[in-house]
Design a protein. Structure first.
Length: 519
């Protein structure tokens, strides 16, 4: 394995290698928007300081402010409207989730904005999602690692991961099963030593005889130094993915079983998921860290639940009906008392979970800086305001530079560079409680004429940071050699009207160069 890289043995000059791409991408996905004007810092463009996050939903991320990238002014695709002016008519949940990571229209299509047919509500996108596009080129088995934090699988209108057109990738909701998939070990004994034993011999042990032969060759000092560096790299790799890491991440049999039991006990009652406060969520985050540290997958998804009742936070209604402000699934009615504050509690809980993930990634160092520095961990929210169901002015928060590809410690308004982009109008109605609310008019959303930079471009950033390649047309392609400049079918929400009736068009190809380090 080492011989081809030793110039004096191979008889050729060793050429300098380009810097390696980022090691991976972790997406944390939550549902039902947020209270946008509490989520966003006031500064929409410029260097971030701790003071910018204090008092906002993102305050738990203060310790990592210099590692954060807050891309502003972005729109995701296929927004639902009563007059069907910004996307398909299908359903205010289905449109967003099905198109979020695919940028593809849904089929079958409805031009009616209020539908009750399960066929329409469960419409699926016409292409694969970002995680599968990345994994197809970079994952050892060609598939991403999709984890359902509450245990409930993806179906119809809550699905975000698709392996192909109209094909839901269900993901895994059992923590013990995920651990076994990553390590090949069933920790039934409750001891991390089982993991260490399962790994058996290290790579150095396996090639010991050949390595001794190689070391006996007459080679230059430069090549002998390279060989020693190679051996040390293998030692570091073994340590990075060994039982010490499993222990540090608290991935004991007991903790895995507890998280798995919670997932099994999480029941969907009608449209609600009865739960507590996702006590096992951190176990799933630790599994994501293990997968990233061991290069098990370049595309990892932590899908938080939809319709969850956060009873452990003192909340008695599910997140969906609270986001509607009315306490039920309708878009019109009377505001639930203190509903904005209740939604803010949920938002801050999610921020704390993301901060936990970021902290775990930041504390691991394998000699090339922290694991966080080598990755892009991104918190995506399905919509902007959960009542308006608008998709412009989208909340996105990234941590990590993905191997130095991205600028960090900044909020960057990719639409126009202004530092005063609105945080939205989530408190325009229901701030006092008891008022009438009409979500069909989107009073708590952001003016649709602003913050419309297409999310497709950010996805191009992420793919290029990871080393995904494109064909001559700029779309991701196995065997391609170029940078990715195109993704999805459309990058303008109005093109989704009618489903697949408009010619496939990417109006604004390329990535957001303003997000790049050095820009």
């Amino acid at each position: 394995m080492a011989a081809p890289f030793l110039g004096s043995l191979a008889g050729r000059e060793v050429k300098a290698q380009s810097s390696a791409p980022g090691r991976g991408f972790i997406a944390m996905f939550t549902y039902y928007g947020c209270i946008t004007n509490r989520w966003f810092p006031e500064k929409s463009h410029g260097a971030l300081a701790a003071a910018d996050l204090e008092g906002t939903t993102l305050e738990p991320l203060v310790p990592y402010v210099d590692k954060l990238l807050l891309p502003r002014g972005i729109r995701s695709m296929n927004e639902w409207t009563m007059d069907v002016s910004l996307g398909q008519g299908n359903d205010f949940h289905t449109n967003v989730t099905g198109s979020y990571f695919t940028c593809q229209p849904l089929t079958p299509n409805s031009d009616e904005p209020v539908v009750f047919s399960d066929e329409i509500k469960m419409a699926l996108p016409m292409g694969p999602s970002l995680d599968h596009v990345i994994a197809e080129q970079l994952s050892p088995d060609g598939a991403p690692l999709v984890m359902n934090v509450s245990g409930t699988t993806q179906y119809g209108y809550n699905a975000i991961s698709f392996s192909a057109a109209q094909t839901i990738f269900p993901g895994i909701g059992n923590a013990s099963q995920i651990f076994t998939q990553l390590t090949g070990v069933d920790l039934g004994s409750g001891s991390a030593s089982a993991y260490q034993m399962s790994r058996g011999k290290s790579v150095l042990d396996l090639v010991k005889g050949d390595l001794e032969t190689l070391e006996g060759f007459d080679m230059s000092r430069s090549d002998r130094d390279k060989l020693e560096a190679w051996k040390e790299l293998l030692h570091e790799t073994a340590r990075a993915c060994g039982s010490d890491l499993v222990t540090a991440l608290e991935l004991s049999a007991a903790n895995l079983a507890a998280a798995s039991a919670q997932a099994e006990a999480t029941d969907r009652v009608s449209t609600k998921i009865e739960g507590t406060n996702l006590d096992g969520a951190d176990v799933f985050s630790n599994l994501a860290v293990l997968a990233a540290a061991c290069d098990a997958s370049p595309a990892i998804v932590l899908r938080y639940p939809d319709n969850f009742v956060y009873s452990g936070l003192g909340i008695t209604r599910d997140a969906d009906t609270l986001a509607h402000r009315t306490g039920d699934s309708t878009m019109q009615g009377t505001c639930v008392p203190d509903v904005v504050d209740l939604l803010s509690v949920i938002d801050r809980f999610h921020a704390g979970k993301f901060a936990y993930l970021v902290g775990r990634l930041a504390e691991l160092n394998d000699g090339d800086g922290s694991l966080l520095d080598q990755l892009a961990a991104v918190w995506f929210v399905d919509a902007s305001d959960g009542g308006a169901r608008n998709t412009n002015n989208l909340p996105i928060l990234q941590a990590g530079s993905c191997g130095g590809y991205f600028k960090t410690g900044w909020a960057i308004n990719v639409e126009d560079g202004s530092a005063d982009l609105t945080g939205g109008n989530s408190e325009a109605v229901c701030a006092l409680g008891g008022e009438a609310y009409n979500g069909t008019t989107k009073p708590t959303g952001t003016d649709p004429s602003i913050a419309n930079a297409p999310i497709n471009k950010y996805f191009c950033n992420l793919m290029n940071a990871l080393g995904v390649k494109a064909g001559e047309d700029g779309f991701p392609a196995v065997g391609g050699t170029g940078e990715v400049t195109h993704f999805g079918r459309y990058d303008k929400t109005q093109d989704f009207i009618g489903g697949d009736v408009n010619p496939p068009t990417i109006h604004d190809p390329g990535e957001f160069t303003a997000l790049r380090a050095g820009s």
